[in-house]
Design a protein around this ligand. Sequence first.
Ligand SMILES: Nc1nc2c(c(=O)[nH]1)N[C@H]1C(S)=C(S)[C@@H](COP(=O)(O)OP(=O)(O)OC[C@H]3O[C@@H](n4cnc5c(=O)[nH]c(N)nc54)[C@H](O)[C@@H]3O)O[C@H]1N2
Ligand SMILES: Nc1nc2c(c(=O)[nH]1)N[C@H]1C(S)=C(S)[C@@H](COP(=O)(O)OP(=O)(O)OC[C@H]3O[C@@H](n4cnc5c(=O)[nH]c(N)nc54)[C@H](O)[C@@H]3O)O[C@H]1N2
Ligand code: SF4
Ligand SMILES: [Mo]
Length: 821
Amino acid sequence: MAFKSQTDRLPIIPADAKKHNVTCHYCIVGCGYHAYSWPVNKQGGTDPANNVFGVDLAKQQAAETDVWYAPAMYNIVQQNGEDVHIVIKPDHECEVNSGLGSVRGARMGETRFSRARGTQQQRLTTPMVWRYGQMQPTTWEDSLDLVARVTAAVIKKQGEDGLFVSVFDHGGSAGGYENTWGTGKLYFESMKIKNIRIHNRPAYNSEVHATRDMGVGELNNCYEDAELADTLVSVGNNPLETQTNYFLNHWIPNLRGTSMDKKKEQLPDEPHDSARIIFVDPRRTVSVNAAEAEAGSDKVMHLAINSGTDMVLFNAWLTYIAEQGWTDKDFIAKSTSGFDDAVTKNKTTLEEAAEITGLTVDQIKQSAAWIAEPKDGGKRRRTMFAYEKGLIWGNDNYRTNAALVNVALATGNVGREGGGCVRMGGHQEGYVRPSDAHVGKPAPYVDKLLIEGKGGVHHIWACDHYKTTLNAHEFNRVYKKRTDLVKDAMNGVPYGDKEALVNAIVAAIDAGGLFSVDVDIIPTKIGAASHVWLPATESGEMNLTSMNGERRMRLVERYMDPPGVAKPDCMIAAGIAQNLERVLREMGDAKYADQFKGYDWKTEEDAFMDGYNKNAKGGEFVTYDRLRAMGNNGFQEPATAFEGDKIVGTKRLYTDGKFGTKDGKATFLETKWRGLQAPGKEEQKKNNKYLINNGRANLIWQSAFLDQENDFIMDRWPYPFIEMSPDDMKELSLGNGDLVEIYNESGSTQAIVYPTPTARKGETFMLFGFPTGAVGNVINGGTNELILPNYKQTWGNIRKISDAPENVKHMTYKSKEYSAT
Ligand SMILES: Nc1nc2c(c(=O)[nH]1)N[C@H]1C(S)=C(S)[C@@H](COP(=O)(O)OP(=O)(O)OC[C@H]3O[C@@H](n4cnc5c(=O)[nH]c(N)nc54)[C@H](O)[C@@H]3O)O[C@H]1N2
Ligand SMILES: Nc1nc2c(c(=O)[nH]1)N[C@H]1C(S)=C(S)[C@@H](COP(=O)(O)OP(=O)(O)OC[C@H]3O[C@@H](n4cnc5c(=O)[nH]c(N)nc54)[C@H](O)[C@@H]3O)O[C@H]1N2
Ligand code: SF4
Ligand SMILES: [Mo]
């Protein structure tokens, strides 16, 4: 039987409970929540005067009531050392989610650290160092001293290029403006670190260079545009599962026709209908299913292209739309450059495109018409283009990204209501750092350098490459070997003799070793190789700011104590800087030591003021107090003024037709098809039978770092799934839930088989980044010229390891789809 929490009743929130603003820190959407907390020895009552809702809870509430919360939203945490009840429930007044939760965000309560209720006991409560042959708890003073001594010794020997860094660049938790600034100041201002990579890719670069080079920032519209569009185009993106409440609260109303009043009111001079939607994805996702169920299948097109061939489709759209005269000529003339050239150079016939993408000529024609054919009366169609990891981690990222932006620009759909050409996004954003210009372009391929034995120290901030990088099998093998060299050396000297210890570490590094420092909230897979763990706080255990996919900035107020002595990442960065300053001074290098001044922040708010307030565009208008007052609706960046008692924001970008290039004109780019571009992909495809497409599932957040300790999730997914067609299963004699190995020339990994009738033969889909099986092991090291990984185009073979393991036998293997009736 499936897991049940067996909670009979929950305490009622009393009328005088504390109420904090919370933005869900999981995905880009950034849904508004409130955290209610009150002393553990107190409860509210059903009488209107005795509960926070002010209603009679003894009566049955209406179906759509706001007056409820689930066991998953509840916990007992600490505030200033005292136990308090906490309920973290969706905010109905937040424009982003209008009270919706998701199967991730609505579990924020039960995934908090609680000694009283035993949840998330995996959280790190104290720094840990490798000592006497194992990780041992210690103090901040001791651990940071070791980090600083080894880091300084390596920099003295190898220069700053000997320090390798892996670090988040996002908002939400593990990030936020406070923490990107703290780490950015350390590595880009005090130092000029070049061998640095971002959490999700092996170099320090943009995921979407092309659109930026064209002058079009990737988050240029607002969520309301999805309610105003005539046509939605979703490329390589599964929004029901990955941007859930954006899809449910802003796309579905348009597909159902319930945003029609809004359309008529805001855009009165043109005809309106409910939206049509086009999905470009080699696999049928549950988003396609949901769109069909809600809009009717005549309004939904699923273009199931051959993996990695998006660019050809987009070039064919551009060619055909230009031929039909459906372009926005005024906009092209006034606000862009290079249109004619791009149309000539990217010319792709419908037949050519059909051949390469596997679509029919009719599908390509019809989708182009849905995108660009004028509406009745000749008004231009409003089309919103949204893309995410199927494009970003797809074949030939730069050109494919550019080819899509070409279509959006040609049809005049950037900077207008119901338009936009945008990333759907992953985490929230929260980037403010000193310039990274010294890193260069292309940026160093950090993983490759580590595998080649380069670097002496590695600082890791909130990433778990063992689960989430490419070429992971080889990376893990070498990383373990190199860090083991240092562990063995540390085992040979007494920890208390600091000088002997550092000398032994440095000697091991000289012999090919690597010293590893992991800043995380839990012990991770890569952390098993590390020598120091530094415990960080999560969102809610500190004050944290970030913005969502429509640039909506909010403050999450600290609503609970962090576990043990965990600190915000920005304060840990400050601690590393201060210790480096001290150690360098002791070493007699006063000049270099001086570069590590300026970290005397007392709180994360000080880091915010030093970073965002001074450095972000419009940052001078933004303070914690002002953000707090703006509540869960916040404002949309960039801020342009502070008027009355409100921060004034920017709803959409580029409404004036001026873009982010030198001459203000958006630039069309040449995007010629060149097959599977990343080195090794064509061979891999030739040599292996199955496409190992991979990505996300609704229930699981990222590498399951919190989910792995959640009974509900582990009951459903003790192993990663691999979706396979019943035909493929039959050929390999596989039953539901059988444990299989996925293998190729780059490595191997494991998953359980999930029968999927809609999967095409030979095309599988595996959950990414899971603790009990990581797809990264079979992804080869090939990237594009700018060092962007190509996780999605992966091919492997599959063999059975065993019948379904005991802990998956209870699982359902029903279709993940639902029907409208
Ligand atoms: N095969 C394949 N690989 C992929 C992808 C794919 O689609 N397919 N997608 C890529 C993408 S888009 C992403 S974003 C990456 C994700 O890759 P990672 O960033 O490596 O994975 P996460 O699970 O997000 O883990 C982040 C770590 O941060 C820790 N953490 C959480 N909050 C905090 C905090 O506040 N402070 C600190 N210091 N630590 C914290 C967690 O415990 C966890 O160990 O994977 C990439 N890899
Ligand atoms: N539930 C949940 N939500 C999340 C996350 C999570 O871990 N769990 N993570 C967040 C993060 S960090 C990110 S980056 C986003 C990612 O959000 P998405 O990009 O929506 O998610 P993915 O599942 O990685 O990939 C999306 C789709 O790309 C398709 N795809 C594969 N190959 C191709 C191709 O060649 N062409 C096209 N057009 N499509 C292709 C896959 O079939 C898949 O359906 O999700 C965010 N939201
Ligand atoms: S959709 Fe994203 S931001 Fe909203 S509750 Fe779910 S995980 Fe959180
Ligand atoms: Mo991501």
